[in-house]
Design a protein around this ligand. Structure first.
Ligand code: ZN
Ligand code: FE
Length: 648
């Protein structure tokens, strides 16, 4: 209709029907009725009213129904001037063509756009956003256009065309986009136009656009006009605005196809607030609310046999995100009129989500269940798979960043025998120090030092890390000062990336070093000679890996092959250890969970090595910490029903 000159909605950026258009981003209360949405500011014209009331019309009871006569309008703001609806799209496209950066009021928040083939424009956006290397998302007009820059499999094409229209991670191929879009990454995040506004803009512009969230570094995306004008002024040369208020921020969702299956890595626009069914045997459990972890925060509410995992809220180290987290709690509770019988949070005492859960537990006099981080990761996989308690325990293989353990150390490379009632830690990666605590999360070389020392290769560490302040760090590690022990798999990735020369000195976003290592490993894996690990006394020890890796570095083996050797070797060690532990413990399935399994090479290699085993991997919910709240909710609901908890 918007492309048909004879249609009354020709060129109209806010067309929709009963089955498409905004919903969650405009709802203010329920029941979902126009009067309860931000569309209440627009009164229907006669033509729209007829369509809305006609059961045979495709817009019958489409709450956001609109047309150029009665609906939202577009305009451009630039250099103190305002350009009206008719010219807005053409004006925006013209500005993008000359290299301008545009702030666009999208469906769930403001976005920043520029010409993805114009290196100067993209570099300027990076510079202005103070975002040195975290990849930008891209938008193309259609799949044919996208295929000029990326490889698109059939499964990927289906996800791109999905009504949810998520960002899909695609391998770069063909004509490269500007180098600054995603420095040192093999996979770029692409989406197709998600709204009529984006379709009209892409049609007018032609080529691909960078389409990144409009925010200050670390903050949530702006959704209000004045907030955007004030905050995005330094980034944007012009604003493409409209007058439909955004009730709720919704980021773009992210999907990656691994081993032929789409896996949601960020769950927001298009997916939230869709519910997931709880496993049959958990359907009668009491309603609970779970507050997730720290990074990629989400909230999960259960009731009536369903679990509602909130949209992606962001990382709680940012004050505005933490504020929004609290708002989201009220928001979901009110929307659903939800009355929980118990609450759940992470075991970590210092997460803002834990503090918030403690407050609410006290205020509302509710029991609070503190769920171990990696137990929750496994439970999320179990819930999604519909795993019932009667199906028996699952061997959870959780490869992750950092999560609080029950023994006061930091976990993150775990083999846990789990059911909903509890878990037993059967084995883990060998714990090593995190020299400098949080500094070791940012600086991969610190983990290289800890790993080499733990492997008895201190002389190699001296040689490879010449010029670093090794002596004070070793003294601190010896005394256990600001050097907690961790079995984290994420930090092992950091250490290997650093040793291979692929890690930045200091990471500017979570997972940067690990992603560089994965990118390097995308050589033919058939040539890989898997590095060995040793399993003894409940620990998987990477010491043999370090010896082999150092030999390879000495003899000039290319970085790509070293990275591949590591991935295949690690996957093999995990799968073989997991298989053995599952057999001796009588577990009928192995669950793979934790942030490291966003890595396609690691997950595919593990799945291959585990052929013949029942493997559970979350895919509708994120395998990373975005899925934690779901696992917490299931465990708390089950334990509450069985009268098991809460633990103090
Ligand atoms: Zn109308
Ligand atoms: Fe985690």
């Amino acid at each position: 209709e918007i492309q048909d000159p004879a249609n009354r909605r020709f060129g109209y950026a806010f067309a929709n029907c009963t089955h498409c258009g905004p919903r969650f981003s405009i709802v203010e209360s329920i029941p979902y009725d126009r009067a309860a949405t931000t569309m209440r500011h627009f009164s229907l014209c006669d033509s729209c009213r007829r369509e809305y009331q006609d059961p045979a019309d495709r817009r019958f009871h489409a709450q956001p129904i609109a047309c150029p006569d009665c609906g939202p309008r577009l305009w451009i703001e630039a250099e103190g001037l305002t350009f009206g609806s008719a010219e807005a799209i053409a004006e925006a496209a013209g500005r993008l063509a000359k290299g301008d950066i545009l702030a666009i009021k999208g469906i769930g928040g403001f976005q920043l756009a520029c010409d993805a083939l114009n290196e100067a424009a993209v570099a300027r956006l990076r510079d202005r956003k103070r975002r040195p290397s975290k990849p930008f998302a891209l938008m193309a007009l259609d799949i044919e256009g996208l295929r000029r820059h990326a490889f698109v499999s059939e499964a990927e094409a289906q996800w791109l065309r999905d009504p949810a229209a998520p960002i899909v991670l695609l391998e770069a191929r063909g004509r490269p986009v500007a180098a600054s879009v995603a420095p040192r990454q093999w996979a770029l995040g692409w989406m197709l136009p998600t709204t009529p506004l984006h379709l009209l803009l892409l049609k007018a512009f032609g080529g691909p656009l960078v389409m990144t969230s409009g925010n200050l570094s670390g903050e949530p995306q702006a959704i209000h006009d004045d907030e955007a004008r004030q905050k995005l002024q330094p980034f944007a040369d012009a604003f493409l605005m409209h007058d439909r208020p955004i009730a709720r921020r919704l980021d773009d969702s992210v999907v990656r196809i691994i081993a032929g299956q789409g896996r949601v890595q960020r769950r927001a626009r298009g997916f939230a607030p869709e519910t997931l069914p709880l496993p049959k045997a958990l359907c009668d459990t009491p309603p609970v609310v779970a507050y997730g972890a720290f990074l990629k925060a989400t909230i999960c509410l259960t009731g009536g046999g369903q679990a509602l995992l909130s949209h992606h809220l962001g990382d709680l180290d940012d004050a505005l995100t933490a504020e929004e987290f609290i708002q989201a709690d009220t928001d979901y509770r009110t929307l659903l009129d939800h009355r929980p019988e118990a609450l759940a949070c992470d075991l970590h005492p210092d997460y803002p989500s834990t503090a918030f859960a403690e407050d609410r537990a006290k205020r509302d006099n509710l029991p609070l269940f503190r769920i171990q981080h990696h137990h929750a990761h496994v439970a999320a996989a179990m819930v999604e798979a519909g795993w019932n308690p009667a199906d028996g325990p699952v061997l959870g293989l959780v490869m992750d960043g950092l999560g609080w353990g029950t023994d006061g150390t930091v976990w993150g490379g775990e083999f846990l025998l789990c059911d909903y009632g509890g878990f037993e830690r059967l084995a883990s990666l060998k714990p090593v120090a995190l020299p400098g605590g949080t500094a070791a999360q940012l600086e991969p070389w610190r983990n290289q030092l800890a790993q080499l020392d733990a492997a008895g290769l201190s002389a190699e560490a001296d040689r490879m890390l010449d010029g670093r302040p090794l002596a004070p760090l070793r003294a601190a590690m010896a005394k256990g000062l600001n050097a907690p022990l961790t079995s984290s798999a994420g930090r092992l990735f950091d250490a290997v990336a650093a040793a291979t020369g692929l890690a930045p000195d200091r990471q500017s976003f979570e997972g940067e070093a690990a992603m560089a290592l994965e990118t390097a490993a995308r050589t033919p894996l058939d040539d890989a000679r898997p590095y060995p690990f040793e399993f003894h006394g409940g620990t998987l020890d990477p010491a043999p890996l370090w010896q082999a890796l150092i030999r390879d570095i000495r003899s000039g083996v290319p970085q790509a092959l070293i990275a591949a050797n590591f991935h295949v070797g690690f996957a093999r060690a995990l799968a073989d250890t997991g298989r053995r532990l599952a057999r001796s413990a009588g577990a009928r399935a192995i669950a793979l969970s934790g942030g490291c399994f966003q890595n396609a090479t690691l997950l595919e290699s593990c799945l291959e090595r585990l052929s013949g085993v029942t493997v559970l991997v979350p895919s509708r919910v994120p395998v990373n910490d975005g899925g934690i709240a779901l696992g917490q909710a299931a465990v708390a609901a089950y334990q509450r029903q069985k009268g098991l908890g809460p633990l103090r």
